[in-house]
Design a protein around this ligand. Structure first.
Ligand code: HEM
Ligand code: HEM
Length: 197
């Protein structure tokens, strides 16, 4: 269980995850809207690569809800969650829910691909190599679509569960329980358990 705070909240997102998130979001937004001036696009992109590599390492050694083992699920858990979501009975997760976990992995993978192909396209070896530029541009555009779905997912999930997930990514805290909601501790093996009161 995540650590409790005085106000009936639990600490979910550690400072590194939050700083990583909002810095990467600002850099991707900057690189996404500016291919010119070049220094701005490339500078923003260069900040992303080490941050994402550090986040991936954090996924193995960081605190509970930052770990991949906490939110990377098999196809049956993901399908089960999506079925429950369609039926309006999706359990509430403290960490990333199974569908959110898929999006997190997709975003991290695309961030590595986009930032590394961008950086490669400026090296002596790959400068002017068409497939590298094409791959970078295509992956960059796909990443921006994924970000759009990601933001929509965060907003929809917030509305469905009546909790502000964006605020949680700022403060790092979430209410320990939501009244009337079935709650699933992320990482638990079995199906949804009842909300502890
Ligand atoms: C613009 C580029 C963005 C990228 C590349 C991005 C990427 C990510 C990633 C990788 C995570 C997983 C965090 C982790 O475990 O380390 C995440 C989580 C999250 N992001 Fe973003 N994000 C972006 C923008 C935004 C924006 C603008 C919002 C707010 C509207 C937002 C809201 C959230 C929320 C609420 C979570 C936590 C979801 C949950 O509770 O499971 N993101 N994002
Ligand atoms: C995560 C960060 C990044 C994002 C989201 C991103 C996104 C994009 C996108 C969407 C395009 C295509 C624009 C179009 O359709 O015309 C593009 C082009 C380009 N990017 Fe990035 N980029 C990133 C990082 C980088 C980095 C680190 C570099 C180099 C150091 C770089 C260098 C370039 C160059 C040179 C082009 C022009 C490609 C060409 O026309 O040959 N980008 N980027």
């Amino acid at each position: 269980m995540a650590r409790s705070t005085a106000a009936g909240e639990v600490r979910v997102w550690d400072p590194f995850v939050r700083i990583f998130h909002w810095t990467v979001a600002a850099c991707v937004a900057t690189a996404g809207v500016t291919t010119e001036p070049r220094w701005l696009h490339e500078g923003a992109g260069y900040i992303v690569l080490p941050l994402v590599l550090a986040r991936i390492a954090w996924g193995f050694v960081g605190p509970r809800h930052a770990r991949f083992t906490d939110f990377v699920r098999g196809p049956s858990s993901i399908a089960g969650y999506l079925r429950a979501l369609r039926g309006g009975r999706a359990p509430r997760y403290i960490g990333h829910n199974p569908a959110g976990g898929v999006m997190v992995v997709a975003l991290l993978a695309m961030l590595v691909l986009v930032a590394s192909t961008g950086a490669l396209s400026e090296t002596d070896r790959f400068f002017g190599v068409q497939w590298v530029s094409d791959l970078h541009a295509a992956a960059g555009n796909l990443l921006l679509w994924l970000v759009g779905f990601h933001i929509a997912g965060a907003v929809i999930s917030s509305v469905l569960h009546g909790e502000n997930l964006v605020r949680a990514m700022v403060t790092g805290r979430k209410p320990a329980v939501l009244p009337g909601k079935v709650q699933q501790e992320a990482g638990a093996a079995a199906g949804p358990g009842l909300n502890p009161r």
